[in-house]
Design a binder for this molecule. Structure first.
Ligand code: ADP
Length: 424
């Protein structure tokens, strides 16, 4: 029988008993009151017992309880048991998580809303020099590198930064931050010392080789020029000398571009206010002079804005783009160079040509070093394949982006997009 029904039946039986008793002795109200008080005292005692049972953790045996209370005890015991199981599982999971994060080679730090340390793994304590007792401290008070403090404040975590480890200056750490949850951030630090050393070795090697090749090449060029100026050069040799001269010229460009790239990777950034109108007028004028007869460049300066950066680097990048537009389009078609501000505040240098364009498959690769689209190689248009790599590097150093739109047979749009912060 349902325990609840049994409980009601007891109350009804007691009420019936009260009526029966009052039939013989009278005092119905009094009898009912006495019975109610007895029932109330009984329930209070049971509730008191329940409270004590709960306060002791609800683990002791409950089975000696009777009636509906037995059910209540059973349900509470079950909830408690499930809860205990869940807690055990959770603590096992946390333990496993802790072990796995401690085994991670990269440092991981959970930061709270005010950049205070919430949690660190073992590597964070080793490479960032953080202690377990630093929990709750603001990380900028412990890692004081200005670059790091600025990066954390900036809230723009698309990029990563490299800083020396606070415990060892020779270790280079790459820091990235991933925001998650409400105001929480996961800071990751990876030891990139080896990669950086290899990169530096590669850059140094290329720069040294290029530098060493310069002197013999200048000597060769000098002799070739002298030979070409001689009146009595046998006809058979003249063509060979001319071809040798062209090839040394090409090598010279290659070396210059390689040296420029190496410089872009190592040189400190400049932040002078570059007069864009002056710079573009000069570039267009000089590039136009390279053309045989026609003046093809149409310069359209719509904005007065200037850019903060390195004038020499910007000149190299823009010249490469303008010369490419001239080089890869018919000698009679125009090349449009425009400098304007977009509605979203971004400054844009656009170079448009009406040449044969670039195949969609080539576009993502044209900024790679030495990449030259197959068609151009066949057409024997000379080049080093380093021009757009230089453009990309220069733009990255100016927080700018290169956008390329091109259609085969129609022409290309190259856009250099400078963020508002670069305006001066
Ligand atoms: P290159 O010295 O070969 O010009 P770049 O790095 O400047 O080297 O350009 C890489 C390749 O991108 C070129 O070989 C060419 O295939 C393609 N390219 C660059 N600019 C243009 C353009 N304006 N029109 C068509 N193709 C272009």
């Amino acid at each position: 029988m349902d325990r609840w029904q049994r409980e009601i039946k007891i109350v009804l039986a007691l009420a019936f008993f009260a009526f029966l008793l009052s039939y013989f002795v009278g005092h119905l109200t009094g009898i009912l009151l006495v019975i109610s008080v007895i029932l109330l005292i009984r329930q209070s005692l049971v509730i008191n017992d329940l409270e004590r049972w709960l306060s002791r953790g609800a683990f002791r045996d409950y089975r000696d309880r009777k009636g509906i209370w037995s059910d209540i005890y059973y349900h509470l015991w079950k909830i408690k048991k499930t809860d205990k199981k869940r807690k055990k599982k959770l603590s096992r999971m946390i333990d496993q998580f802790r072990k796995s994060t401690d085994a991670l080679p990269d440092a991981a730090v959970v930061l709270g809303e005010h950049a205070q340390i919430e949690w660190t793994n073992k590597a964070a304590r080793e490479v960032l020099g953080l202690k377990k007792s630093d929990k709750g401290q603001r990380i900028p008070n412990l890692i004081r590198s200005p670059q790091f403090v600025q990066f954390l404040k900036g809230q723009d975590y698309g990029e990563k930064i490299c800083i020396p480890s606070p415990v060892n200056d020779n270790t280079i750490l790459q820091i990235s931050v991933v925001p998650y949850g409400v105001g929480l951030r996961l800071l990751l630090a990876q030891d990139v010392t080896q990669i950086k050393n290899m990169e530096r070795m590669r850059t140094d090697f290329v720069a040294n080789v290029s530098h060493e090749l310069r002197t013999p090449l200048t000597v060769l060029k000098g002799y070739l020029e002298t030979l070409l100026e001689m009146d009595d050069v046998p006809k058979g040799f003249l063509r060979s000398f001319q071809s040798m001269s062209m090839q040394t010229e090409r090598m010279q460009h290659l070396i210059d571009d390689l040296l420029l790239l190496a410089k872009l990777e190592t040189k400190a950034k400049k932040a002078e206010c570059v007069d864009m109108r002056d710079l573009l007028q000069q570039i267009c004028h000089e590039s136009d002079l390279l053309e045989k007869d026609e003046r093809r460049i149409e310069l359209n300066l719509q904005s007065q804005a200037n850019v903060r950066g390195d004038a020499q680097e910007l000149q190299s990048a823009f010249t490469n783009l303008v010369v490419n537009a001239l080089k890869y389009s018919p000698a009679t078609s125009p090349v449009k160079v425009s400098w304007y501000k977009r509605s979203d505040g971004v400054l844009c240098l656009e170079i448009e040509d009406f040449g044969e364009g670039i195949a969609a498959a080539d576009i993502p690769r044209i900024t790679e070093r030495f990449y030259r689209a197959e068609v151009k190689r066949n057409q024997k248009i000379t080049g080093t394949g380093l021009g757009l790599a230089i453009v990309k590097h220069v733009l990255v150093r100016h927080d700018a982006k290169l956008e390329v739109e091109s259609q085969l047979g129609k022409g290309s749009h190259f856009r250099c997009l400078f963020p508002q912060q670069r305006i001066c």
